[in-house]
Write a protein that binds this ligand. Sequence first.
Ligand code: GTP
Ligand code: MG
Length: 414
Amino acid sequence: MLVLPDIAGSKPMRSNEARLDEAAGLAAAIGIDVVGRRAVRVRAPRPASLFGKGQAEEIAQAVTDSGSKLLIVDAPLTPVQQKNLEEMTKAKVIDRTGLILEIFGERAATAEGRLQVELAHLDYQGGRLVRSWTHLERQRGGFGFLGGPGETQIEADRRMIRDRMAKIRRELDQVKRTRGLHRDRRQRAPWPVIALVGYTNAGKSTLFNRMTNSSVKAEDLLFATLDPTMRDIRLPGFAKAILSDTVGFVSDLPTELVAAFRATLEEVLAADLILHVRDMAHPDRDAQSADVESVLASLGLEQGSGPPQIEVWNKIDALGADEREALLADAARREDAIPVSALTGDGLEQLTIRVSERLRAGSDTRDIELSVSDGERLAWLHSRGQVVEQQHDGETTHLKVRLSDVDWARFQSL
Ligand SMILES: Nc1nc2c(ncn2[C@@H]2O[C@H](COP(=O)(O)OP(=O)(O)OP(=O)(O)O)[C@@H](O)[C@H]2O)c(=O)[nH]1
Ligand SMILES: [Mg+2]
């Protein structure tokens, strides 16, 4: 059973119905069969059970009546609230973070993905242990310092979790170092990297498949993609370019997960261009877009910093004629939005053209000085830009090179 606490005073951008739909979609993503769903107005969240006493009893009754074995509360629960609700409902209770962690746990396919998810899980659990421990301590009313079996057990659990987390961090560091080397190599390579980002189910993988002629999993399922995939794409004016598909975002993505996936998402930061794929047929498209921007911001990509971005307005085939017209007119007035249908292929040619334009934008002649022994960077400039002048002066090579904004930024980070 699914319950959405509609907390008085909070101002979500979505309707309760839309939020329930999304939560049900998350549950469906790991095969949970939702037998009942409701929004419950919470005037003042209670520390003991979040809901008021009467409300909690009603929920417990509904859980029993429906024969549910699981109660999903689409909000963060404290460990105490979770435990009390479990006692009242006689069912297992998980909150939104727990649910998302379950999905990620089931989906992670690569070694790195599994490590990241486990780290997020331990972080979540560890936080719960610490908090319920202080709670127990408080209950013991001052005798906490004497210790006891409960406390020793929790201490041991905490230590085990800490040790395991430290071990995973070391393993992830190792993976990251290996990948970091790959990324350096890619950055030095003369071809650009384009990253797809977007809300889960926006159509990133469908677009990826179309643009790269491949067949990564694309489904009407939240979080169908967890592990990043990279493939070559054809771009006019470029011998080669790479497109990368990534994990989708969702509102209230657990911070533990964003932290855990930082390494993967750093691929996005290192891209030359970001394509933000939006499901324009979704009623909450604006709220979704705001969520994606806030995740990007939490990764250090504030508006206007980092790689340039283009919005891909996807699923225009699923819009009514009027709305589609309005949207096309709107996009025509903007530099940074391209309407497409990844499903029918509509608009993909314009998208490709705009992507190559953007990658070459700002082409300007730059004055560059290199040490004559810096053969690597010299070769890079020759492969990537147009060298219009080159003179040697003792130990220094003076160059005038035409480079785009994107390449200029890349060159400076070499
Ligand atoms: N009508 C329509 N449906 C589309 C379009 N693009 C994708 N879809 C559908 O949207 C659903 C999600 O597509 P995916 O490509 O898996 O979405 P995603 O962004 O990769 O999702 P996650 O990996 O879960 O984050 C699938 O059922 C697609 O068939 C489109 O242009 N039009
Ligand atoms: Mg996908």
